[in-house]
Write a protein that binds this ligand. Structure first.
Ligand SMILES: [Zn+2]
Length: 480
């Protein structure tokens, strides 16, 4: 009997140990993703970025939906990242620090470098010693959007001074100086994980510096070699970019030149088994994109984070882009190889409400103004944020009257009432779903035309358009 008791105790102790061990393995770690600060130092004076002139007594302390971010907002975003939780393992910062002034030339390269220096110092002082993986945005350069496919002063200064310690190797400094891209192992996570930071501004449709080039700055070739090496070494890759490939939901803007979109997509599909996730900014909205691997098995998500700036884009038509509250996000990952993004916590600053409460800069009360908006896992009813799970979320979005899609739609504008007070009908819904599912331009266009809600669905005109799009796709396929 005594022997059996000892045996039972031993078994119990072993079980407890197992529980402790499995709990230890299950504990997730996390990092922050911050993007699109768009800091306007003239917010309180000449309001260079504001779409409308705002009366001095109406200027909110944290900003305005018609303007880029005052320093108070940038500072509170980064400070909140520190106050919300313990030290993050690392930070991803995906660019676009200068504002969108009404007169673009009012900011020169020296101004851009000063703004980058301000934001860099803010992050370094708030998170001393924390690794930061940083990508340039299309506004982090002058002339605007024209990031060159070769060495330039801005690449040199950022690589060799501002971000020298973040890049961390002679090779990274060399590739960044040449084309604004680099790779770095991430020992803070583990031995078999790597960051690849690509300069997708080279593929941006408004970049005239790369027109007609097959492979600007040799970046496609470099990505291909780097990802192949990662696969050979059994490494997983966090791919970090500013401008995402594919199409902007609702607006239909196609971010990359078509040839570059196809080539970039080919890389993502080829290495979908190696890339853990893609992180992007630029759109200012909260959304994601899905990629199917060429192996027919791997699935990959592009996680597009909302901006810190609340500014509504000025459209060429004279209208305004959608309003959105400022956002920052925390991403959780499991701490053992192979790694997965386990969850995303999206925090936001409800701008109108935050402007009503006067707080001291840097105070705990100010940090509490930033609130948890949602968690991916709970809101989309998925076990993690892997590509497979995101496909599952998309399937749920597609069902009629999907509650998950309604949540997505609210979060897409970071819970801005300007946006979510307008109901999203079927056409609106597919203007989100098609870009999520199809990064390929032709497939996204076909999806939009085939949306089941279109009145033209059964007309001869519709059939002609679909046939034409299919033909264009075949031609483009063979061109590749
Ligand atoms: Zn951008």
């Amino acid at each position: 009997m005594g022997h059996r008791i000892i045996q039972r105790d031993t078994v119990l102790a072993s079980l407890c140990l197992l529980v402790v061990l499995s709990t230890a393995v299950a504990i997730d770690d996390y990092f922050w993703h911050v993007t699109d600060l768009h800091y306007d130092p003239t917010y309180l004076t000449s309001q260079d970025s504001c779409n409308d002139v705002i009366a001095a007594d109406k200027l909110g302390q944290y900003g305005d939906f018609e303007c880029d971010a005052p320093w108070r907002l940038c500072r509170s975003a980064v400070e909140s990242m520190r106050l919300i939780g313990p030290q993050p393992r690392f930070i991803i910062w995906t660019g676009d620090t200068p504002a969108h002034p009404k007169i673009v030339d009012s900011i020169n390269e020296t101004d851009v470098l000063n703004l980058l220096a301000n934001a860099t110092q803010l992050i370094k002082q708030t998170f001393p010693g924390v690794p930061v993986y940083v990508a340039l945005g299309n506004h982090d350069y002058r002339p605007d959007n024209q990031l060159p496919p070769h060495n330039c002063n801005l690449y040199n200064v950022t690589a060799r001074t501002l971000w020298f310690d973040w890049l961390g190797s002679i090779e990274a400094i060399e590739t960044f100086s040449r084309g604004g891209y680099y790779t770095k192992l991430m020992p803070e996570i583990g031995q078999k994980v790597r960051a690849v930071i690509a300069n997708t501004n080279l593929y941006y449709y408004r970049n005239n510096e790369t027109t007609g080039l097959a492979d600007p700055a040799g970046q496609f070739d470099w990505m291909n070699r780097t990802l192949r090496m990662a696969r050979d070494n059994g490494e997983q890759v966090h791919l970090i970019i500013h401008v995402p490939p594919g199409v902007m939901e609702m607006e239909g803007w196609k971010w990359f030149k078509e040839d570059y979109n196809r080539k970039f997509l080919w890389i993502l599909r080829t290495y979908a088994d190696v890339i853990l996730a893609v992180y992007a900014g630029h759109q200012h909205q909260d959304t994601f994109r899905l990629i199917e691997g060429l192996d027919g098995i791997s699935k990959l998500g592009i996680l597009i984070a909302p901006a810190v700036t609340p500014w509504r884009a000025r459209l060429s038509t004279g209208g305004r882009g959608p309003a959105h509250n400022p956002g920052i996000r925390r991403l959780y990952y499991n701490t053992s190889y192979p790694y997965t993004v386990v969850d995303i916590e999206q925090y936001y600053l409800p701008l109108t409400e935050a402007n009503r409460i006067i707080t001291d800069p840097g105070s705990t009360t100010e940090a509490q103004a930033w609130k948890l908006l949602y968690r991916y896992r709970n809101s989309y009813n998925i076990p993690d944020v892997s590509g497979n799970s995101l496909y599952r979320a998309l399937s749920a979005f597609k069902t009629r009257d999907s509650a998950q899609f309604q949540s997505y739609y609210t979060y897409n504008s970071v819970a801005s009432t300007h946006h979510s007070n307008v109901p999203c009908d079927c056409v609106c819904k597919y203007s989100h779903l098609c870009p999520i599912e199809h990064v390929d331009y032709g497939a996204s266009d076909t999806c939009s035309v085939q949306a089941p809600c279109k009145a033209a669905y059964t007309t001869i005109g519709y059939r002609l358009v679909v046939s034409l799009l299919a033909l264009v796709e075949i031609v483009l396929h063979f061109k590749l």
